[in-house]
Design a protein around this ligand. Sequence first.
Ligand code: GLU
Length: 483
Amino acid sequence: MIKTRIAPSPTGDPHVGTAYIALFNYCFAKKHGGKFIVRIEDTDQTRSAPEYEQGIMRALNWLGIKWDEGPDIGGPCGPYRQSERKAIYAEHAQRLLENGTAYRCFCTSDRLDNLRKRQLALKKPSGYDGLCRELSDAEIQEKLDAGLPYTIRLRMPKEGETIIQDRLRGEIRYPNDQLDDQILIKSDGFPTYHLANVVDDHLMEITHVIRAEEWIPSTPKHLILYKSFGWTPPEFCHMPLLRNPDKSKISKRKNPVSLDYYKRAGILPEAMVNFLAMIGYSMSEDKEKFTLDDLLENFDLSRVSLGEPVFNLEKLAWLNGLYIRDLSEDQLYARIMSDVLDEARIRAAIPLIRERITRLDEFVPMTDFFFNGSLEYDHALLIGKGQDVAASREMLLAVTDELDTLKAWDHTSLEATLRAFCERTAYTTKQLFMPLRIAVTGRKASPPLFESMALIGKPMCQARLREATRRLELLLGTPKIEE
Ligand code: GLU
C-alpha cells in the first residue's frame, strides 16, 4: 500500500509551499489507492504553536486536500504530533547506541563554538571533529556518573559514498567523509529533525517521501539512519521549490505566502489548487485549467516538471477569473456572501462606525477597507512624523516583522504589542500609528486603529503593510527588497 505524508512544522501561518507539497503527496497516494497522512513536526518547542497547526489543517481543508490519518483524526500509527512521541525517539536512539551506530557526545557548547571558530579561521569545512567518537566504555561511564550532559550523535561512515535514488532527479551522490556526525538527540532529550523524521516515516509506514528540494542535503543522513536501524528506506522524490517571479526562493517579502491571505483575498480554492498543480506539473496537451479530479485521473509523478515553478500572481488572478466565470450567478452570489460580505464581518464593523455615521448610506464608504483587497492612497502619507522615506520604510518593515509572530490577532494584543514595540524601539507612537493606519486602512481618519486591524485580519493587514513598504521603495526610486 502506497503511503505518503506531509510533515509540516507549525511555526507560522499556513504556507503555500505546504499546500503545493501536500497536493502532490495527496495525488500520488490517491492515484495508487493509497493513504495520505499529516504529521506535525513540532519538536522546535519555542517556535511551534497549536494555532499554527490548526491553521495548516484549516487551509488544507479549504483546498479540499483530505488526509487519512493525522493529529485531529488519529489513526493506527499515532500519535501524529512529534512532541507526543518523545519516548519513541529516546528508545530508538538507545538502539543505535547499543548497535554502535551512534555515540554519546559530552562536548560542551563552548568547545563546539571554539571548534567552529577555528574551522572558520582556517577556512576548513565546519563540522564535529569526532572527539567523543571513540570514548571507551569506562570513560563514558565516568562522565555519566559525573552527571555530565550529552547529546547522541550518529556515527557517520568515513569512507565510501551515499547515493540517493531520487525519483525525479536520478542518482545524487554524497561522499561520506563530507557528512557531519549528526546530532540525533539534543542535551535536553529532544530529538532533532533527522531522527524524528526517519523514525516516524518508518513507523508510519511511509513508502514515498515527496518533499521540497531544500531537504536533499538531509537525505544522505536519513539514508544512513535507515541503514543504522536496519530498515529499508522509502523512495525519495524532491520537488522543485516555489519561486518568486524573479526566480528567487518564494518569500513573504515579495509575495504573500499565507494561504489565509489568498482565501481572504477572494481566491477560490479550486483556482488555487489548479494554480499550484499547473506551475509544478505538465498536464497533457499543456492544459492550464484543470480540476483536482482531472489531475487525479491523469496523475503521474514523472510529469512533475523540474523547471522552476513560479508563483506568479497575475497568472493566479487570471485562473481565478476563469473559475469565477464558471460559477452561475447564484453560486457567485453565495460565494460573495460567504467569503466577502459575510454576516459576521458586517456585524463586527457596526460597533466601529455606529458613533460616526448620520445616515445609513455612509456605512459602505466608511467601511469599504474591511471588505476590499487593495487600497488607494497617497504614498507620501506613509511617511512618519519627522522621518524620511527610508526611515519610514525601515519602521514599517520592522513592525511587519514584529506582527508576523503575533498569534492572537485581537485588538488588545495588537495594542499591547504595538505599544511595547514603540517602547522597545526609538519610534514614537505618533510616528508609527499614522503610517500604520494609512497602510492598513488607506485613510487618515478611520474607526479605531486596533479594532480595525483586528477586523481586517492578520493576513490582509500583513499584505497591506508589505505593500506599503513596497510603495515607499518606489518613492525611494530604488526598489530593494531583502530576502
Ligand atoms: N518538518 C519538515 C518541514 O517543515 C519536514 C520535511 C520533510 O518532509 O521531511 O518541512
